[in-house]
Design a protein around this ligand. Structure first.
Ligand SMILES: [Zn+2]
Length: 270
C-alpha cells in the first residue's frame, strides 16, 4: 500500500470518527441507568414528575441525560454546582420538550448559576443620544448566544411556591425555545398552519393582558407578560405549567394554543 492510500485511509477514518463519535457518546450517556439519587431529586424538586405517567417520566429522564451530557454548568460568585442543581435545572428545562420531536436546546452551551439574584449593568440610549448607565437585579436571563443565567435561591423558592405561577427556569428556557426561530419575539418554531392561529390568539391575549396591567385587573398571567410578545410567551409558559387549571378556565383559546405547542396537558398531572 502506497503512502497516499494510507494517508487517505486514515483521513477517512478520522472524518468518520469525528462524525459518529459524538452521536455514539450521546447514545452511551442516554443508555446509562438513571441514578437513584437523580430520581430522588426529581421527586423532591419537580412536583410534576411525581404525577406524570410512566412513559413521560421515562422521556423526561432521557431528556435530562442528554441535557447533562451536552450542556456545561458553571457556578458563579463561589456557587458550587451539585447534582441537585444540575438535575433540577435540566428536569425543569426538559418539561418543555416532552412529546415533541425537537432537539435539546441545540443553541444552548452553558448554564451559569449564581447563589442568589445577580446584578447586570445596563447601558441605554435615550432621546437625544443620552446614554444612561444602570444596574439591574435579575433572577434569570436567557441569551441567544448559548447562555442561560439563573439564581439558585429563586429556583428553590419556585419549588415551594408552586401555586403562584412563577418559575424562573421555565421562563428562561421558554426564551431559549423562542430564540431558536432566529428571533426572540414570542413566536417559536412551529408549522405555518399552527402559526396562523397562534399569532391571532396570542396577539389578542397580549392586548388583553396589557389592558389588565394598565387597569390593575387581576389575571392568571403575570403583568410582566405585557411588556413584550417575547415576555408574554415566557410568562404564559410559566402559567401553562404552574397555573394550568386557571389558564384553561380563564384563557381557553390561549391554553389550547399552548397545549398544541407543548404537546402535553399538565392538568393530567394534577
Ligand atoms: Zn423574560
Amino acid at each position: 500500500m502506497n503512502p497516499l492510500s494510507i494517508f487517505l485511509g486514515l483521513l477517512l477514518m478520522g472524518i468518520g470518527l469525528a462524525m459518529f463519535l459524538p452521536a455514539y457518546r450521546l447514545q452511551q450517556a442516554i443508555a446509562r441507568p438513571f441514578p437513584k439519587h437523580f430520581s430522588k431529586i426529581l421527586r423532591k424538586n419537580i412536583p410534576h414528575y411525581l404525577k406524570m405517567p410512566a412513559d413521560l417520566q421515562l422521556q423526561l429522564k432521557r431528556l435530562i441525560r442528554q441535557f447533562l451530557h451536552e450542556k456545561k454548568f458553571i457556578g458563579c460568585d463561589g456557587f458550587i454546582i451539585t447534582d441537585e442543581v444540575k438535575v433540577t435545572i435540566a428536569g425543569k428545562a426538559s418539561l418543555l420538550l416532552l412529546n415533541r420531536p425537537s432537539l435539546v436546546y441545540p443553541d444552548l452551551k452553558m448554564i451559569l448559576v449564581y447563589p442568589s439574584a445577580f446584578i447586570v449593568p445596563r447601558i441605554e440610549m435615550g432621546s437625544g443620544g443620552v446614554v444612561t448607565h444602570s444596574n439591574q437585579t435579575l433572577s434569570g436571563e436567557s441569551w441567544s448566544d448559548g447562555r442561560v443565567i439563573l439564581a439558585w435561591d429563586h429556583i428553590q423558592q419556585n419549588k415551594s411556591n408552586l401555586p403562584d405561577g412563577h418559575d424562573v427556569v421555565l421562563h428562561e428556557f421558554a426564551h431559549q425555545l423562542d430564540s431558536e426561530s432566529g428571533r426572540t419575539n414570542g413566536a417559536p418554531q412551529m408549522s405555518t398552519a399552527h402559526y396562523r392561529h397562534w399569532s391571532e390568539v396570542l396577539s389578542a391575549e397580549f392586548a388583553l393582558l396589557q389592558q389588565a396591567a394598565d387597569h390593575q385587573v387581576k389575571s392568571a398571567l403575570d403583568y410582566y407578560g405585557a411588556t413584550s410578545p417575547a415576555e408574554f410567551f415566557a410568562v404564559a409558559t410559566e402559567t401553562f405549567f404552574q397555573k394550568t387549571e386557571q389558564m384553561a378556565r380563564y384563557h381557553p383559546a390561549l391554553f389550547e394554543q399552548f397545549r398544541a405547542y407543548y404537546q402535553v396537558d399538565p392538568r393530567d398531572w394534577n
